[in-house]
Design a protein around this ligand. Structure first.
Ligand code: GLU
Length: 444
């Protein structure tokens, strides 16, 4: 039997910036497609012309490119309206799409009455009772109506690749609006048409879409299309288990980038967080792809701690070889012919990549020494005892051993004043590695 090629899609709405929650969905879809040699589609869900902005769509592409989450195809819902019209016509012909005229206030009132009577606030389908003549009158009075999908009031079952067997009781749901009174197609319909037209085999998205999947399963069936396999990843919470939604504004991918988070660290973090595999420093995407299984993810909400991500990012950065960072040096304002030894000395000490610029500048131009008054005499003596150049990686050890002998100082009291005098900072890389790189500071 032919197994269809895996086709996944990441379908953000360009109504805001991507944040870590969206990223998880993007990463899982990307991994699933790559693992199976399939196709990963970037679908821009821009059916809402008022809220969608080109600026957001551009930023979405930039974010994904930054992370290396390459897509094979891009689709835009706004250029597929004809397909949605055709699908709506089919549903109408099949008696599954009906026009309603209630105003939001009327609907609200209905809901309140139902709740007061102890009944679930499910749309009562009264528009189904309207005669053609009353519809014409309402249309003349109120303008065109909105259109609802007539749900089959049965239990919808599907097997979720993450959450296991799902049962959604369609009788407890309101018939969803698929077309607004102003003619705008809603995502619920547009997404089904796209997934079916584009041969999407797996829909991976957040757990907030589970009920939607019940509804959409019926829409697929009403359009004679096979629903794709579904997987709903658990939502992210903050470190205390609270909803992350309030903080998502500060967790936009472009902000994480500005904060110096390493792209590959972010991808590796999201590829493993909430799964049965550990979050590890992985800088080769093929390792993530090879070890990925959608079933490794769990149902439980997943804690996301920005401080933990920052640590993971620093750890990842420190593991990178000179070869791996060489092409990025110019982004940090460092000449691309920077000595590899500088990366080897400084890299294992960085929190974020752009800090390399300070160390490069120090080795190139030197710095004003920082000398605490109580160390002034010691530093003067030490400078007097500095071995002749050239300095190599043994120089620091030999120099400080001689100073220890001469002054009786040891530990912090021996090393710290020298570090501050030479680098202007209290912390930094291994001085044995750094000292040889400082010998030409200020030479030109
Ligand atoms: N545009 C929808 C969203 O951002 C897509 C959901 C889906 O993947 O089907 O929630």
């Amino acid at each position: 039997m032919d197994v269809p090629m895996t086709v996944t899609r990441f379908a953000p709405s360009p109504t805001g910036y991507l944040h870590v929650g969206n990223l998880r969905t993007a990463v899982l879809n990307w991994l699933l497609a790559r693992k199976n040699g399939g196709t990963f589609i970037l679908r821009i869900d821009d059916t809402d012309p008022e809220r969608s902005r080109e600026e957001y769509a551009d930023q979405i592409r930039r974010d994904l490119e930054w992370l290396g989450l390459t897509w094979d195809r891009e689709e835009r819902q706004s250029s597929r309206l004809e397909r949605y019209h055709a699908a709506a016509d089919r549903l109408r012909e099949a008696g599954r799409l009906y026009e309603c005229f209630e105003t939001p206030t009327e609907l609200d009132l209905k809901r309140k009455k139902q709740l007061a009577a102890g009944r679930p606030p499910v749309y009562d389908r009264s528009a189904l009772q309207l005669s053609d003549a009353s519809k014409a009158t309402l249309r003349a009075d109120r303008g065109p109506g909105h259109w609802r999908f007539l749900l089959d009031r049965v239990e919808v079952r599907f097997r979720d690749l993450i959450r296991g067997d799902q049962r959604i009781d369609a009788a407890s749901l309101s018939d969803p609006v698929l077309i607004r009174a102003d003619g705008q197609f809603l995502y619920t319909l547009a997404s089904v048409v796209d997934d079916s037209d584009m041969g999407v085999t797996h829909v991976v998205r957040g757990a907030d879409h589970v009920t939607n999947s019940g509804t959409q399963t019926q829409i697929f069936q009403a359009l004679d299309a096979e629903p794709p396999l579904m997987a709903h990843n658990s939502l992210l919470t903050d470190a205390d288990g609270g909803a992350l939604s309030k903080r998502l504004g500060t967790l936009a991918l472009k902000d994480l980038r500005d904060q110096g988070i390493e792209p590959m660290a972010l991808v590796a973090y999201m590829a493993r967080l909430g799964s049965s595999l550990p979050v590890e420093v992985i800088t080769d995407p093929t390792v993530l792809i090879d070890t990925f299984e959608i079933g490794q993810f769990g149902l439980a909400p997943t804690k996301f701690d920005p401080a933990d991500l920052a640590q993971h990012s620093a750890k990842t950065l420190r593991s990178l070889s000179y070869e791996a960072v060489k092409s990025r040096l110019s982004d940090a304002g460092v000449p691309s012919d920077m000595a590899p030894a500088l990366w080897e000395a400084v890299g294992p000490n960085l929190d974020r990549f752009d800090e390399i610029a300070e160390w490069w500048a120090l080795c190139r131009h030197g710095t004003d020494p920082v000398v605490d008054p109580e160390d002034a005499a010691y530093v003067k003596e030490a400078i007097g005892m500095l071995p002749d150049r050239p300095w190599d990686t043994d120089t620091w050890g030999a120099w400080t051993a001689a100073l220890k002998e001469a002054t009786g100082r040891k530990g912090r009291g021996l090393f710290q004043p020298l570090r501050k005098a030479l680098t202007g900072r209290a912390h930094g890389p291994d001085m044995a590695l750094l000292l040889p790189l400082l010998q030409r500071a200020g030479d030109g």
